[in-house]
Ligand binder design. Structure first.
Ligand code: AYL
Length: 534
């Protein structure tokens, strides 16, 4: 009966055939790129060409091997965007052909948010079982604190830029042995993990998301076939996040120069758009809002910019048209999730519908499932979106239970997002069933915030939900029950919590209530709380 009622929507795009190779193998096979820029610093304009990239990546892989890193070992990055980041990403899971010899490191990259505090970083380091850490001089204090909690061998701690405490990242560019002189492990591109970002998925704390070599290559090709970039692209979104992690590969595979920005800073961002004549830019809704409304934007010549692509969070109504009008460009959306490497919906040029997150990308299938009745729905019917394709994760790290409740036996990933597909194959995201809170596209697991709030001596109970600020942007909101006889202001509660979490996780709204709605078994009824207090 269940099989009979299954309704699978298929991508309307012709299927792609994926090469059985890693992203790095494909990059090395590209012709005529050696002298072209591959990575450019958007602040001081230092450039790494594709030719230099190949040398540096192979050097990093060799050095990592000298430090005892091999197949399956986790290298954790804790860095803002910089020109070294793409080198590290490629170096960690390097498969190279150097002087007719193939070498493979096959290690795993686990990228962490650069603004994590030490204790938050330590949690990821422990969960991922990180063997080597690369931090950045601007955020190295957190790495230092984290290593005090989750120890790492002294010869496996590196820092990009000046540091009194860490070994210089530059040492990784100068291996002692001959470049490429390391063993070749057996690698299964479909089963071995290449990338290990963290995501809370549909419930609970962040978990390691196991993405295979094939997942990563496939999604860079699925997305890259949907969008051909101009000569330069911008990476203002943080590389730690799968959105930019995928773009990093996609840009390299297209032979496009990626201009990296350490963070979103209005003038530097606008200057980069203008100077590098960025034709197409991947952004998130808050950057779209900035481009639509900020007076500074008028001071720059953005006539080269023709297409903007927004993803990672819902785009406010009207914004899409507002921005198209102001900049005379196409503002379109894509949709994805870390567990899907990440892209599953993409709006193709010349086929953009306002409000739509796009069509199913190449080789991608969708089921729309009624959350209550577990029945498959038809076009224009709203339900939970389940996706299957070569980009679907292997599962969560060391968490079979979470994997089982997220991935079906047939390989569909349950997104926890509510939406529908229309008769023209456009997919619309209308709501979020899962508890996840997004702030400027970053993930926040309510459970994490609740633990911090609960540690306050005056707090009896708490539930964290999505609030909305004056710009209608999603922000973390705490619904707090105080202990009897205790007094606490919203401000005091925010100060207490916000000094204990990464800046993007800050609670920005507080409401004091009498009781948190709970199920008979004591679980927070989040949908109810959300509906009542958003
Ligand atoms: P994660 N509209 C509404 N919600 C969205 C959208 C969108 N266009 N995109 C992502 N989300 C929400 O793992 C949704 O709730 O990956 C989804 O389950 O940090 C959750 O964010 C996933 O959050 C792109 C387009 C990457 C999107 C992405 C998403 C990466 C976010 C590249 O081109």
């Amino acid at each position: 009966h269940r099989v009979l009622s299954t309704r699978i929507f298929k991508s309307p795009l012709p299927p792609l055939e994926f090469p059985q190779k890693t992203t790095w193998q494909l990059i090395q096979e590209m012709d005529d790129h050696f002298h072209k820029p591959a990575v450019v610093c958007g602040v001081n304009h230092t450039t790494i060409t594709f030719g230099e990239l190949v040398d540096k990546v192979n050097a990093i892989a060799t050095s990592l091997s000298e430090r005892g890193i091999g197949k399956g070992d986790v290298v954790l990055t804790n860095s803002v965007n910089c020109i070294e980041y793409p080198l590290i990403c490629q170096g960690v899971d390097n498969i190279s052909t150097i002087s007719d010899t193939t070498t493979a490191l096959g290690a795993i990259l686990s990228p962490a948010p650069p603004l994590f505090r030490g204790d938050e970083l330590a949690i990821q380091m422990k969960a991922a079982n990180a063997k080597l850490v690369i931090t950045h001089h601007t955020v190295q204090d957190a790495a230092k604190d984290a290593i005090a909690i989750a120890p790492i061998d002294k010869n496996r701690q590196f820092c990009i830029g000046p540091s009194d405490h860490f070994e210089s990242f530059d040492n990784l560019l100068r291996p002692k042995s001959r470049v490429g002189d390391y063993p070749i492990p057996e690698l299964d591109l479909f089963r071995d993990v290449s990338h290990l970002p963290f995501s809370s998925g549909t419930t609970g704390p962040p978990k390691g998301v196991k993405l295979s070599f094939h997942n990563m290559t496939a999604n860079a090709l699925q997305s890259g076939t949907a969008e051909k970039m101009g000569s330069h692209a911008l990476t203002v979104l943080p590389y730690y996040h799968i959105y930019a992690g995928m773009l990093l590969n996609m840009f390299l595979l297209q032979g496009v120069a990626q201009v990296t920005l350490p963070k979103f800073e209005p003038e530097i961002f606008l200057t980069a758009l203008e100077k590098y004549k960025i034709e197409k830019a991947h952004i998130v809704p808050p950057i779209a809002a900035f481009l639509a409304k900020h007076p500074l934007v008028d001071k720059y010549d953005l006539s080269a910019t023709k297409i903007l692509i927004s993803g990672a969070a819902p785009m406010g109504e009207g914004l899409q048209e507002e921005i198209s009008k102001r900049l005379g460009c196409i503002m379109k959306q894509a949709y994805g999730m870390t567990e899907l490497s990440p892209v599953v919906n993409y709006s193709l040029d010349g086929d953009v519908k306002t409000g739509s997150s796009g069509k199913l990308v190449f080789n991608t299938e969708l089921r729309v499932v009624c959350p209550e009745k577990k029945r498959d729905l038809d076009v224009n019917e709203v339900g939970e979106l389940w996706y299957r394709g070569p980009q679907a994760m292997l599962g969560y790290l060391n968490n079979d239970e979470a994997t089982k409740s997220t991935v079906t036996d047939c390989g569909f990933v349950k997104t926890g997002d509510i939406g529908y597909i229309d008769e023209d194959h456009h997919v619309f995201i209308v709501d979020r069933l899962k508890e996840l809170i997004k702030y400027k596209g970053h993930q926040i697991a309510p459970a994490e915030l609740e633990d911090v709030v609960l540690s306050h001596p005056s707090v009896a109970d708490v539930g964290c939900i999505r609030g909305y600020d004056e710009k209608n942007e999603e922000v973390p909101k705490a619904c707090v029950v105080l202990k009897e006889g205790h007094q606490l202001t919203e401000q005091e509660l925010m100060e207490y919590t916000n000094s204990r979490v990464a800046p993007f996780k800050k609670i920005r709204q507080v409401v004091f209530i009498n009781a948190i709605p709970k199920s008979a078994s004591g679980k927070i009824l989040r949908r109810e709380l959300q509906a009542q207090y958003k």
